[in-house]
Design a protein around this ligand. Sequence first.
Ligand code: SF4
Ligand code: SF4
Length: 358
Amino acid sequence: MALADMREPIETGCPDGFQYMHPVMRKNYGQWRWHDHPRPGVLRHVANSGDEIWTVKAGTQRILDVFTLRKLCDIGDKFADGYVRFTIRSNIEYMVSDGSKVEPLISELEGAGFVVGGTANSVSMISHTQGWLHCDIPGTDASGVVKAMMDELIDEFRNCRMPNRVHITTSCCQINCGGQGDIAINVQHTKPPKINHDLVGNICERPSVVARCPVAAIRPAMVNGKPSLEVDEKKCICCGACYPPCPPMQINDAEHTKLAVWVGGNHSNARGKPTFQKLVAAGIPNNPPRWPEATAIVKRILKAYQEDARDWERINDWIERIGWPRFFEKTNLPFTKFHVDNWRGARASLNASTHIRF
Ligand code: SF4
Ligand code: SF4
């Protein structure tokens, strides 16, 4: 084939965002003079040129059916010149170049059942992973946890009553592709996997399962005359990493798969160093459909933070100032042996990060 007939390779990754940007934002890119926050859920940006743009933010349930998407897009056509964008926390944002359209847009969104808020010092929408709908390894349903919690925290999304913004995350397995946040609710396995030896030989690539274990606890073994695997339960840290490549390494369990709450994680290095979240509550019942025990702990942490933190302190700044012992006192959470990280491998693996050096 002649070189001229060959097609250009299609690049993967994020598409160029400019094509989806509201024209006023494109025109004034990098030329904004100031911005303010006229009310919860609304930001106003003013450019050097004098152009203004209002951003109206509303929460969504992230996993959206086509009818809801059409409804949201129709609202965008009516008020925002056909431009919308979704944030990483499943909020939808409308950019409005005419200030007189802001209040009618909010009324239309609220009339359609959407909640406007999530800006500045509020509890923003909880970011979450795939859950039962479309991941193959979840131990709980992150989306369900989000729904149950946001039902109780919705007034904190609608209002700006926290010392600073609060980013909450949930993850449905211990691999935790949801990352970390000011408060994170993650699965915690408490028992090593139970192996279904009849299936391992048929469906698992044993060398890749052995390689997957971060603490070298898995070895090949012959069981009942069949090739299988065995786990050194003294070494196993119950992370669940062997379960995705080998489903017979059954780690999900109605009784022993729990939830854990972590606090103080911050990815950003904009105003201070990034921080790792720390475990503050372990062994919480994984209790669908409303997960009341986990929600009660999150509300308790938020209440202590709201009452005790200084203006603009994020949760990690607040704990840094008062110290962990006082955090446990103020939240009335018990400090147990499960909070002590005694994993010897942490020193080597954390040193692999660009930010952390021991
Ligand atoms: S947290 Fe785990 S189960 Fe949930 S989507 Fe991510 S990898 Fe899948
Ligand atoms: S659960 Fe994690 S630590 Fe335990 S055997 Fe599987 S991969 Fe290894």
